[in-house]
Design a protein around this ligand. Sequence first.
Ligand SMILES: Cc1cc2nc3c(=O)[nH]c(=O)nc-3n(C[C@H](O)[C@H](O)[C@H](O)COP(=O)(O)O)c2cc1C
Length: 163
Amino acid sequence: MKKTAKNIVLCMQPVPQTIVSCRDKDGNNNALVVGFTANISLDPAMVMVGIVPTRYSHHMVKESGCFVINLPKKSFKKEYDYLGCKSGRDGDKFAALDLKWEDATYINAPILTDCPVSIECSIVDSITPGTHELFIGKVEAVHVDEEYLDDKGNILWDKIDLM
Ligand SMILES: Cc1cc2nc3c(=O)[nH]c(=O)nc-3n(C[C@H](O)[C@H](O)[C@H](O)COP(=O)(O)O)c2cc1C
């Protein structure tokens, strides 16, 4: 027999485990853990990320009009935990963690090179239905560690030890 749950917060599980990286207009990099992510269109490929307006990253994403979704491996847990609880408002998280990064190809944001998959997105729309502003991003490129791609360019998801 079923009963009705009283606590309905985060009733969709499992929550994706991603790290969104971004850059402000002065060239400062930042990143935060984002669980509110989803695929939302096949053609054109589009995704969305939900960011609370009080997050330090929020104004960066809003101003730059772009972001990168990085998919971490289990071995990136220490960095993931830090990026999900410390704010860039209180210090440079890239420096604190000595994060390895490079410039994205099509957008003005950093890619976390220790993550096996990084998705470059340019924002095409946003809505704020509740606590999070949902940024809809057109996928400009998906960068994948060579060992996780087959010869046709398909991602070998089963081989990646994703968090
Ligand atoms: C598992 C997990 C999931 C999270 N999901 C989100 C999310 O979807 N949106 C969001 O705005 N913050 C989310 N956060 C919180 C931010 O990652 C956190 O507040 C971070 O410190 C913000 O960094 P910033 O102030 O430098 O942007 C999540 C944190 C954790 C640990």
